[in-house]
Write a protein that binds this ligand. Structure first.
Ligand SMILES: [Zn+2]
Length: 850
């Protein structure tokens, strides 16, 4: 490898890794060569068997998440030339960093390395583009030939022109000649898949120091962007997740985590032609493009015509390394069966990036060094593997840079065409069989885009706070939203001034649609999927959103940069106030009032009464969280309540969502209770992960029993249903659907607690339903439950949506033990995504605690 001589520290680390390399000995169970690689099951042990203990430091990131609060500041590039030197803060040396054992770069060593590179080379710039859940810096490195401020400004104008006026960009000869090809490399999004970082650093160092004319030429017409580690918390701790317990590579449609928001901002600002997301470990190196089902909102022809040859170029590059383990790559599009490795949901970085104009690839480096291998293999063998993996990461990055440079004109034309089709509302063309080698009918996915979505203002809007949250989310993702200056009529409905319009004739229409459409039932199309198959911000985020298939509202509009404030106190002075808990933002407002010491009463499960004397406090939280207080009905009485003390054995995403709503949550588990954790001051116990009644010892059981006789229990999923049965709470029999089934379902709300004012949709993953009598059915699956997603029976006549039809999805009641319980078969907090379902869970908490 061509290591820079000025960078002896890093070079020495790599050299040491090379010197101790040693042929494989006791190899652990890698996937056998040729076997399809598998993604981690999306609703596995981490959500059902391990109770989250996310540190209080990450609670701050939950409280600053987008729910009911002003959007946090977005990263935008500086307006200056290159290089742009940043003196990165240096972290104290951390001998516990899990990278060290592998001979790789620990997180604390990255900033000194980048500071040295910036000092040594006028081609290298480093910036901080955000912070991890635990507050660590996220770095963006840009490698390019120096640019004056004027040249950089011209590149910015051209980037905007490609998106805003693709026809003009196509005709602009200066742009075609001078636009620097943007390529983005994202590394280490899974913290325990380390070597993307090290391979990327090796490439950066080569590019920084190379004197050959080919590299000089390439850097004169290319900007190489590298997010060096997208997950410092996980890199240090040796975990897939970030410090809040989230898989960032499932968060791109939700943006609940600062790491995914940072790369969202990077991809929008840089608009790459090509991007790689470097992962591991699949035994055989894996390089996308993926199998069907392909996302139906892609301009897939524009993608696959580059994705396949770029992947084959990367495969050739790893073959040239000469390692026995790198003799070939798996390219799922080419080598796997439909459903084995799909690109359907926009939750993965490369899939998300396609909608932003990039040819995106997941790359999985081959040799396992995490999990059991990390603990059991000899250090020399781990370092040998990490050295091979680093070679593979570097080789794929170099090959992608070569491809991007060689095909820069065609890649530019393709991105221009993607945005042109969006603006023109042009149908996506039918792709013929054989368009690229192996393209057949099984690869053909497309959609018909509606003309517009309308998010109504005024009385037609279910939740103004939810509508504002959705608008801010869309705008942050570079979806164009406008606001009607006057009222208008559309499709026989009248809309108030201030209603929002998403005109689907826009450059990133695919992204707009993949967030707003219902989705599709793809159960019949492929035998299985590895992660979520359904999502919908329109159906699950709590706002009313209408679809106009063919007509665009004829009304003057203004572009939206941020949603209009929605908070209000609409009642005469001296009147008591009422707030309806429809949305998570309402819940957060209620918890904020309780924190302020306001004496609240509950009129029913979803109506909270605020005394007239607390109007000032109500105004503050209305403004802060966008919620609306109205006048309480005269003579309203209610039951006083306080902030429930919650103990939770839940998954990390649920802990995060509970904190997002402002609940104070204490984490518990079987182990903690068996070790003496107390519940004497707890009002409600939440159980979904890592708490088994049967496995409690005598002391733990006594503690839980004491709570069950007086307090509440709210459960979710298999672990929760098992707790309900073992503890003898509600006399229901839980029936489990297929474990990997997931998607958006239609429900009927029948109860007064969870059902009160809930939307007619929910989300399931490993769906559960309940039979029996002696409890209240809060919510039922509809007669045809699945709206969008993948849900097959486990066996004929078992575990499928046909068996769940009309069955109880959520139940409540007084328990035989003396307390109250609510048992969920749905997933209202899944990965902090379905914001419109949060209030269902919160109402269950308040009700069960009372
Ligand atoms: Zn990964």
């Amino acid at each position: 490898m061509d290591l820079s001589r000025t960078l002896t520290g890093f070079g020495a680390v790599l050299l040491a890794a090379a010197l101790v390399s040693n042929p494989a000995s006791a190899a652990p169970a890698d996937p056998p060569p040729g076997a399809p690689s598998t993604r981690d099951f999306g609703n596995g042990p981490e959500r059902n068997e391990i109770a989250a203990t996310a540190p209080e430091a990450s609670a701050e990131s939950a409280r600053s998440a987008p729910l009911g609060a002003p959007p946090d500041s977005r990263w935008t590039p500086k307006r200056q030339g290159y290089p742009r030197h940043t003196d990165l803060r240096v972290y104290p040396e951390n001998p516990a960093d899990k990278s060290i054992k592998l001979g790789l770069l620990p997180y604390h060593a990255i900033a000194p390395r980048l500071n040295a590179l910036q000092a040594a080379s006028d081609r290298v710039s480093a910036e901080v583009v955000g912070h991890s859940a635990l507050g660590r810096d996220l770095y963006l490195v840009t490698v390019t030939a120096p640019e004056s401020a004027a040249e950089a400004a011209r590149q910015d104008r051209w980037r905007a022109l490609i998106e805003d006026d693709p026809g003009a960009a196509r005709r602009d000869r200066a742009l075609r000649r001078g636009y620097k090809t943007p390529v983005w490399i994202n590394a280490n999004i899974h913290g325990d898949e380390w070597e993307g970082t090290d391979g990327a650093m090796r490439v950066i160092e080569r590019l920084a120091a190379a004197t050959d004319s080919a590299t000089r030429r390439m850097l004169s017409r290319t900007r190489v962007y590298v997010t060096v580690t997208n997950n410092p918390d996980g890199r240090i701790a040796g975990t897939r997740a970030n410090g809040a317990g989230f898989d960032i590579n499932r968060d791109h449609a939700t943006s609940s985590q600062p790491e995914s928001r940072a790369v969202r901002d990077v991809v929008i600002a840089t608009q790459p032609f090509v991007m790689l997301d470097e992962h591991g470990y699949t035994g055989t190196t894996l390089i996308e493009p993926a199998t069907p089902p392909h996302g139906q909102n892609y301009e897939y022809d524009l993608y696959i015509r580059h994705a396949l040859p770029n992947a084959e170029g990367m495969e050739a590059a790893i073959q040239r390394l000469g390692h026995p383990e790198t003799a070939r790559a798996d390219i799922p599009f080419r080598d796997y069966e439909p459903g084995d490795w799909d690109d359907w949901p926009p939750v993965f970085t490369p899939m998300y990036a396609i909608y932003q104009g990039a040819v995106g690839h997941t790359v999985e480096i081959p040799l396992q060094v995490n999990h059991e291998a990390y603990e059991t293999l000899p250090v020399e063998e781990l370092r040998r593997r990490s050295s091979v993996n680093t070679d593979v990461a570097a080789a794929t990055i170099e090959a992608a840079l070569t491809y991007a440079d060689a095909n820069r004109a065609a890649l530019l034309a393709g991105q221009i065409e993607q945005f042109r089709r969006g603006w023109a509302g042009a149908p996506s063309p039918r792709i013929p069989d054989g368009f690229v080698a192996g393209f057949g009918p099984e690869d053909r996915y497309s959609t018909v885009f509606p003309r517009a979505y309308v998010i109504p203002a005024g009385g037609a809007q279910r939740s103004p706070a939810a509508a504002a949250r959705l608008v801010d989310h869309l705008v942050a993702h570079d979806v164009r939203v406008s606001r009607a200056r006057r009222g208008f009529a559309l499709g026989g409905r009248a809309y108030r001034a201030g209603s929002y319009i998403v005109d689907m004739h826009q450059p990133k229409r695919g992204l707009a649609n993949v967030l707003l459409e219902a989705g599709r039932d793809i159960s019949a199309l492929v035998p299985q999927m590895y992660d979520i198959s359904g999502w919908s911000h329109r159906l699950l985020w709590g706002a009313s959103v209408d679809i106009s298939a063919t007509a665009l509202p004829r009304v003057a509009t203004t572009g939206v940069k941020v949603a209009s404030p929605t908070g209000a106190v609409s009642a005469a002075r001296g009147r008591d106030l009422a707030l309806t808990m429809r949305d998570g933002a309402d819940v957060r407002a209620v918890n904020a009032l309780l924190d302020l010491g306001v004496e609240l009463r509950r009129a029913d499960a979803d109506t909270v009464l605020v005394p007239a004397g607390a109007r000032r406090e109500a105004e503050v939280v209305a403004d802060r969280y966008g919620v609306r207080f109205t006048a309480a009905a005269r003579g309203s009485t209610g039951t006083p309540f306080t902030a429930p003390v919650i103990a939770a054995a839940v998954s990390a995403d649920e802990l995060f969502a509970l904190r997002e709503m402002g609940f104070e949550v204490r984490t518990v588990s079987t182990d903690l209770l068996n070790a003496g954790a107390e519940l004497s001051d707890v009002d409600t116990l939440v159980v979904s992960s890592g708490l088994s009644y049967a496995q409690l010892n005598a002391a733990g059981k006594a503690e839980v029993d004491e709570l069950l006789a007086r307090g509440g229990v709210v459960t979710r999923g298999r672990t929760g249903a098992a707790f309900n049965a073992a503890a003898g709470l509600l006399p229901a029999t839980a029936v489990t659907g297929r474990g990997d089934a997931n998607g958006v379902v239609a429900v009927r709300n029948t109860g007064a607690v969870v059902g009160a004012g809930s939307p007619p949709h929910s989300f399931v993953y490993s769906p559960i339903w309940f039979t029996g009598t002696g409890f209240t059915v809060e919510q039922r699956y509809d007669a045809v439950p699945l709206i969008a997603g993948h849900w097959l029976p486990t066996a004929p006549g078992a575990g499928g949506p046909g068996q769940a039809a009309d069955q109880a999805a959520v139940i409540s009641g007084a328990t035989a033990r003396g307390g109250r319980a609510v048992v969920f078969g749905t997933e209202p907090l899944f990965r902090a995504h379905p914001k419109g379902l949060y209030a269902e869970f919160a109402r269950a908490l308040y009700w069960s605690a009372s």
